[in-house]
Design a protein around this ligand. Structure first.
Ligand SMILES: C[S@@+](CC[C@H](N)C(=O)[O-])C[C@H]1O[C@@H](n2cnc3c(N)ncnc32)[C@H](O)[C@@H]1O
Length: 222
């Protein structure tokens, strides 16, 4: 059994509240949506949310996959009209060159580099020519600066932009990148969080990108 999938099976019914019900989760969710609103155009035909979890970002996608059966059940209830499939991201249940865009959030951070590479290869197979994958990963430079210690698989993996570029080099061109959360905006009073969020987003995408908590990259299939 896969311990990561077991963990999310147990969390599925409480995932939204547990992860995104607090001020930290709400801030991250808002910043991620701002980036997706910028990157995703209305005319894209097939967008896959890979490791879609409870379907938090599935309003941006036409279909979703997740390896947790409990997560899939939660998501199917929320989005009965969408195609939600139980599948490991290593073997996506789609033919070659059938997907325009893949989005995947809060997923790669749980996996080791070898597994991430395998999945990026699988995404490359199902993406159409010129298709892209948009994903997030914790920023290694920030973690190094803060001497952040990880334990176990949960959020254990982080990269620098240069490392991501090297890892992707054979398969993708890294076209754009963004930073999310330099300062702990969620700890400020609710009334000024939105304003501070804009300021944080400006700083995170101007000169402190790699010192943000998360990096979001858009990689285009070669
Ligand atoms: C932190 S949740 C992220 C959910 C969603 N993407 C979000 O941002 O809210 C991680 C998800 O990855 C799924 N997962 C873990 N390993 C997987 C794998 N090998 N293939 C597909 N999904 C997997 C888990 O079941 C879980 O739903």
């Amino acid at each position: 059994m896969n311990p990561i999938v077991n963990y999310y099976d147990d969390l599925a019914t409480n995932y939204d509240e547990n992860r995104f019900g607090n001020s930290y989760g709400q801030f991250i969710d808002r910043q991620e949506r701002q980036i997706l609103n910028r990157l995703l155009k209305d005319n894209e035909e097939r967008i896959l949310d890979m490791a879609c979890g409870s379907g938090r970002l599935l309003n941006y996608a036409t279909c979703g996959v997740d390896a947790s059966n409990e997560m899939v059940q939660v998501t199917k209830k929320k989005f009965p009209a969408k195609e939600i499939l139980l599948s490991d991201a290593e073997n996506l249940p789609f033919p070659e060159q059938s997907v325009d865009t893949i989005i995947s959030f809060h997923f790669f951070m749980h996996l080791d580099t070898e597994k991430i590479q395998t999945i990026l290869k699988e995404c490359h197979r199902v993406l159409k020519s010129g298709g892209r994958i948009i994903f997030d990963i914790p920023s290694k430079k920030r973690r190094q600066m803060l001497k952040y210690k990880t334990s176990g698989w949960h959020g254990a993996t982080s990269f620098t932009l240069a490392e991501l570029e090297r890892m992707n080099a054979g398969l993708y061109v890294q076209r754009r990148s963004y930073g999310i959360m330099v300062f702990p905006i969620h700890r400020f009073p609710a009334g000024i969080r939105k304003l501070l969020g804009k300021l944080d987003s400006f700083i995170a995408n101007w000169f402190l990108k790699e010192y943000s908590s998360y990096l979001v990259v858009e990689c285009v299939k070669k």
